[in-house]
Design a protein around this ligand. Structure first.
Ligand SMILES: C[S@@+](CC[C@H](N)C(=O)[O-])C[C@H]1O[C@@H](n2cnc3c(N)ncnc32)[C@H](O)[C@@H]1O
Length: 443
């Protein structure tokens, strides 16, 4: 068929500076500003609080960039971090931690209502609180080599931008993490290394490690320098390219201690809950809510490297774990073996596709900890099971309140009652919401 040239439609977006009163905060802690005429869009603007009168620049169809707060809320506080205005990492430091948590709980309640969860009132339990700062045990930093200036910049990306905001410290990160980067910086700040660098990841559990994500090959002299640096500073250096991840220390292992004193080995690149101390208490709370016993079988869906699986295996007859990334499923298997647990079967499977047959015998308890898209595939699986094959209890840990609300409403429909819900303060100073719920079978 003949093709004709079609000129692109000319769409001109005019940026305006507007003044408005903030109506509410949305689930991403953005200020909601309603249009004053039918032609004006509702806009979502970071950095403002309800009832504040603000001046903002329109940005695209529904966005806005805060210019000035003309009438501040009594809930506003000066952000504790010096980089807050530029850095895209945290977006909720302009209100204190108690306000942040109250807002998160309100958002979850609103979403549960919206999706038709029937429990009323919701059976809220006390939140699991975090240290407000220095809670992150893992950070990933962006890098850019400025060829003209012969200088490497290392930092976090600005909000909705590819710009990198250079930082020397991060208030929510374990202090060791940025110290490691600052000490390593002189070695990286040369064209031969910096031009081959993608990002830098630093993790501190029992000891620090740094992972350099490479876009090309490092020369042997650079590798030798990195080896010397790791010996001097006692920080394991790992390298990663498109196909492999490897350590420059042949004896390198990294581990965290789980709730029962079991060691959870991992490799950089594996999923690791960012807030170590809240994670310990989250796992403890999961065991208290599930109350597993030695006669019960459990399935741990979205198992990662076995963060919930090992404590479950200590308390149950048998645990089947399901994880989509084969390397992590293998790590769960090894973690069980290394801790002397022989009742764990680690499966690799896509939980959007998994069938009843693949899961094998029915289980008494299910533990679900999906990524942000939620657990629709697992909910479909539940709906396909005969009632007597369904678990007695389902514990669901979520990092996205909207998909949690959707899934809880569907689980209720399959014959369950929501018995507990609690906020887990995994990410203070940010809008991110971690929630734990427990459902029990009634039908
Ligand atoms: C939030 S993490 C939780 C991991 C683990 N439960 C923990 O506490 O460390 C979610 C996990 O689900 C896995 N995952 C995401 N989508 C999946 C899918 N469709 N099928 C199987 N696993 C999936 C990810 O690889 C990741 O390990």
């Amino acid at each position: 068929m003949a093709q004709f040239f079609k000129p692109k439609k000319h769409t001109k977006t005019v940026t305006k500076v507007l003044t408005a009163t903030v109506a509410a905060l949305d689930h991403q802690a953005r200020a909601v500003v309603r249009g004053q005429t039918r032609q004006q869009q509702t806009r979502f603007i970071s950095g403002a609080l309800p009832d504040e009168v603000i001046q903002f620049k329109t940005d695209g169809k529904n966005g806005g960039l805060l210019q000035r707060v003309m009438n501040a809320s009594p809930e506003r506080r000066p952000p504790p971090c010096q980089y807050y205005q530029q850095c895209g990492g945290c977006d909720f430091q302009h209100a204190d931690e108690a306000y942040q948590l109250r807002h998160k709980q309100t958002v979850v309640t609103q979403l549960f209502n919206k999706f038709g969860v029937s429990a009323d009132p919701l059976p809220w339990q006390p939140a699991l609180l975090s240290e407000p700062n220095r809670y992150r045990r893992r950070v990933r930093l962006a890098t850019r080599w400025l060829g003209k200036e012969q200088r490497l910049i290392v930092g976090f990306r600005a909000a909705q931008s590819h710009q990198i905001v250079p930082i020397a410290d991060c208030l929510v990160a374990d202090q060791v993490l940025l110290q490691v980067v600052n000490t390593l910086y002189p070695l990286l700040n040369v064209a031969a290394v910096a031009s081959q660098l993608g990002h830098i990841e630093v993790i501190n559990v029992n000891k620090p490690l740094v992972l350099l994500r490479l876009t090309g090959r490092l020369e042997d002299t650079v590798i030798a320098q990195l080896r010397d640096w790791q010996t001097t500073h006692k920080v394991d250096v790992w390298l990663q390219n498109d196909t492999e991840t490897w350590s420059l220390n042949p004896a390198a292992t990294a581990f965290d201690t789980s709730i029962d004193g079991d060691k959870l080995y991992f490799q950089p690149g594996d999923f690791l809950q960012v807030n170590g101390s809240v994670n310990q208490r989250m796992v403890e709370q999961a065991m208290n809510w599930l109350q597993p016993t030695k006669t019960q079988r459990v399935i741990d869906f979205f198992a990662g490297i076995g963060n919930f699986s090992l404590p479950l295996a200590r308390r149950c007859k048998a645990v089947v774990t399901v994880e989509g990334v084969a390397r992590m499923a293998q790590q769960t298997h090894e973690n069980a073996q290394l801790n002397g647990l022989d009742n764990v079967t680690a499966l690799t499977a896509d939980l959007n596709q998994i069938t009843v047959a693949e899961l094998g015998e029915a289980a008494d308890l299910w533990c679900l900890d999906p990524a942000r898209p939620g657990a629709e595939g697992v909910v479909r699986l539940l709906q396909k099971l005969a009632p007597q094959q369904r678990p007695q209890k389902i514990l669901y840990v979520s990092c996205a309140a909207d998909t949690l609300a959707r899934d809880v409403a569907a689980i209720e429909q399959a014959g369950y009652r929501l018995t507990r819900i609690g906020t887990v303060d995994m990410f203070p100073q940010t809008h991110h919401i971690e929630t734990m719920v427990c459902l029990e079978r009634v039908a």
